[in-house]
Design a protein around this ligand. Structure first.
Ligand code: UDP
Length: 408
């Protein structure tokens, strides 16, 4: 039994009907009709963490929405040792292009831990299994008598995976019925079918919901973030691919021309062992005017994206980049790295800016800080493009279309 306050604040927020003011009644009806077609399916998602990173951000609302539309949807985690997550982070880095070999000893740790997880997983009742990212990928080898389709969804930037690691992983990938990538350009030379599903954001979550100016200011005050100078921010896991050092370099150059404060916020995913070390490096170079916060607070993310004059996401690899859509949804002026999924969200000069170097980022920061009208124009178009393309209702529809292909 839930109190009425709980019911009002959380239940119902994951129904399709909730999206009607944003996407219109006709779209809601179209998606609901598609849900009817696959309503009897039972689906299981498998990933490696409930905490931190884009996969968690997607699966949290998606699994709730799928259940709200009547599709029984589970979400299982695989458990692992720090050694295992060290290995899988290496796989993640090599998939994004780092040239590193994956040793036989690492393959043993990786495959053994996945085998232990397979021993605990009982999936006989499912009609479809969706495995996310490299961590649980080899699970499939332990379900050889499966009757339902297994799909592997990879969320990383696959524009140039390291060849020998890709060959090693392909032996697992090709046992799946199909793969799902975030963008068409991540398609690979594979013996199995490939689908493309672009991520999306939940406009009703604590991170993305509407917020009053007063609440916003209160939150910044709680974290002692000064608002006397314009704010420039990047909100990202502390990860080399997010280029935090490039952000600091760009900020320092911009500050020579316009006074501003940089706020770097990061949480750390429990399956990402590199964050602590990168945070230390950032803290060691941060000077006055650079605020570094290692916290996990979605409302702070919301308040910052709404308060910043400029939001950066200067990634050098980016599977999709949910932080970009989140900031654009709030009408922020966003400067993104000209890579991966960021290119699909920002049309340079139309609804934000794309940059490749710290110098370019610095020049755009200065331009935006000097021109509030430009910020407003870009931000308004940014919000509209997220409304049209990157809301959870669209992701749900993509999944319903995909599942209907695999209905038995
Ligand atoms: N995130 C957060 N707090 C932080 C840093 C990141 O809540 O301090 C969230 C961010 O808002 C986004 C997700 O983590 O929803 C990161 O997804 P993205 O696709 O941007 O990058 P990934 O971490 O998957 O590489």
């Amino acid at each position: 039994t839930l109190t009425s306050a709980v019911q009002r604040s959380t239940l119902g927020l994951h129904t399709l009907e909730q999206y009607e003011p944003l996407i219109g009644a006709a779209t809601v009806e179209r998606i609901a009709a598609k849900a009817d077609r696959v309503r009897t399916m039972r689906v299981a998602h498998i990933s490696s963490t409930f905490y931190g990173g884009g996969v968690t951000e997607l699966l949290t609302p998606l699994t709730l929405m799928m259940n709200a539309t009547g599709i029984e949807t589970d979400w299982h985690l695989i458990q692992g040792t720090p050694g295992f997550f060290g290995c899988t982070k290496k796989l993640h880095n090599t998939l994004q292009g780092t040239s590193l070999e994956f040793s036989d000893a690492e393959k043993t740790i990786y495959e053994e831990v996945v085998f232990e997880n397979a021993t605990r997983l009982h999936l006989d009742e499912c009609d479809a299994v969706i495995v996310h990212d490299p961590q649980p990928l080899p699970l499939i080898t332990h379900f050889s008598d499966r009757e339902m389709p297994w799909l592997w969804q990879c969320h990383v930037d696959l524009s140039s995976p390291h060849a020998s690691v890709w060959t090693y992983l392909s032996q697992f990938i090709e046992q799946y019925n199909a793969t799902i990538f975030s963008l068409p350009e991540y398609g690979q030379d594979l013996q199995v079918g490939q689908h493309f599903v672009t991520p999306a954001i939940d406009p009703f979550s604590a991170k993305n919901r509407e917020m009053s100016d007063r609440e916003r200011r209160e939150f910044l005050g709680n974290y002692k973030i000064p608002t006397d100078r314009p704010l420039v921010t990047q909100i990202s896991r502390f990860d080399r691919w997010k280029d935090p050092m490039g952000v600091i370099e760009a900020f320092r150059k911009a500050r020579e021309q316009v006074d501003c404060t940089l706020v770097l916020v990061g949480n750390n995913a429990s399956d990402d062992p590199e964050g602590g070390q990168i945070l230390e490096t950032i803290e060691s170079v941060a000077d006055e005017g650079i605020i570094v916060l290692s916290v996990d607070d979605p409302t702070l993310v919301n308040a910052l994206q709404r308060s910043a004059a400029v939001v950066l996401q200067k990634s050098i690899r980016e599977g999709f980049g949910l932080t970009v859509a989140e900031a654009m949804w709030k009408g922020a002026a966003v400067i993104g790295g000209d890579v991966g999924g960021i290119r699909h969200q920002i049309k340079d000069g139309w609804n934000g800016f794309l940059v490749s170097t710290p110098d370019q980022a610095a020049a755009r920061i200065v331009e935006l800080l000097k021109n509030p009208n430009l910020r407003e124009e870009l931000g308004a178009r940014a919000k509209e493009s997220v409304r049209q393309n990157f809301l959870m209702s669209r992701l749900l529809e993509d999944w319903l279309d995909l599942l209907s292909k695999y209905e038995r």
